[in-house]
Design a protein around this ligand. Structure first.
Ligand SMILES: N[C@@H](CCC(=O)N[C@@H](CS)C(=O)NCC(=O)O)C(=O)O
Length: 215
């Protein structure tokens, strides 16, 4: 059954792979699933047709026959459950990999998203400069904890899993600020994720969209 995802017509990051369609593309590539991409403008994302797929008017969405999904964690989990390659067979290891997926979006990503909020959404507020170091320190705190747990392991819990896919995707968002490079073991962990052939294909495909000549 043909899978169709949505992505930005043109991502604000210009193709750095930080828009969240990249993690879904990556999961599709890891599991060997062909897919089509429907590009949407900011206006189209807020229009009724897209809101029917995504109640918050965002990308990415995932359509497969009668199934329509939103939320990257749910989409990656769906793919990981139905296809081999992203979750271990052992039930306990599987549960731990799923815990890492939740940790990525629920514990590590929120402080990272605050950085964008304070820079862009609240950038013109008189207290923005004062708030920034607090936000940055919260990110460092989380990354120190994550680095302690990762230690010198290759992946978070044994073999590469959907937990790593989500965590690497979330951590990538700290690179433009220079924060990631201050945690060398995590920077190396992210680089291992980026070196996977499936990630490289996903990255190249989103880059092609975001660097194509204007219509
Ligand atoms: N928690 C959601 C977040 C989705 C999200 O924030 N998407 C961004 C692109 S990466 C978006 O559509 N932003 C435009 C907007 O919110 O208007 C997920 O993981 O799918």
């Amino acid at each position: 059954m043909t899978v169709t995802i949505t992505a930005f017509e043109r991502s604000p990051d210009g193709g750095k792979g930080l828009a969240r369609d990249t993690r879904v593309r990556w999961a599709l590539e890891e599991t060997g699933q062909p897919y089509a991409v429907r590009l949407v403008s900011f206006a189209a994302m807020k229009a009724p047709a897209h809101l029917a797929l995504h109640p918050f008017g965002q990308i990415p969405t995932y359509e497969e026959g009668d199934l329509a999904l939103f939320e990257t964690g749910a989409i990656v989990f769906h793919l990981a459950e139905r296809h081999a390659g992203l979750l271990p067979d052992d039930p306990d290891a599987r549960a731990r990999a799923i815990a890492w997926m939740f940790a990525a979006v629920n514990t590590v990503e929120p402080p990272i998203l605050d950085l964008v909020t304070v820079r862009i959404v609240e950038g013109d507020k008189p207290w923005a400069a004062e708030r920034m170091p607090l936000v940055v320190e919260r990110i460092h705190g989380r990354l120190r904890q994550l680095a302690d747990r990762l230690g010198d392991a290759e992946w978070l819990d044994g073999a590469f899993s959907a937990g790593d896919l989500m965590m690497v995707s979330v951590l990538l968002r700290t690179r433009p600020s220079g924060i990631l490079d201050q945690h060398p073991s995590l920077a190396a962990y992210v680089a291992r994720g980026e070196a996977r052939p499936a990630y490289r294909r996903a990255f190249a495909d989103q880059l092609a969209v975001n660097t194509r000549p204007a219509d």
